[in-house]
Design a protein. Sequence first.
Length: 170
Amino acid sequence: MKTCPYCGSGVSEKAGVAYCGFCSMKGFQPVEEGQRQSRYEKKKIIDHDDIKKSTPELMTYHTVDLLKLLKLLREERRAFFSQLSMIKKGASQLPEYKPLEVQTGNDYENLTRKTWIVENILNDRIGYIPNKITDQLLLTISNRMENDRNRKPMIIKKNQEIEKGISMER
């Protein structure tokens, strides 16, 4: 039986559009037998290729993956800032370093903007921008995600005697 992914109630479908009477909501992807659904799939690894993804692609990432990506972006941005400082000193003395200074500055700006994108997606999802992302924070969130309650089906087991009494009265 198709059910609502939010409340577990049965859904009706008209022309391929699901409707939940309890939630007063339509246009969602129903699930089977009260199973819980997550819109986001966790990635096995977050790396530098993820930095190049577009904003719409990043919006499909799991929150934990976004936290990992933000940690990576901040580390990269810090490294580029250090490089930019050294290159600026060199460019002030040797003009041939000026193009390198401009390129490094552009790369730093791109990383800063990508960092802001991920921070704002996280702000929308969790209501704040984390100051620091530690391995302990990521481990705590991952452990909470593994809790059995997160996978427990949304099924209400009704007392059969009560159901029999209701059907006998009819």
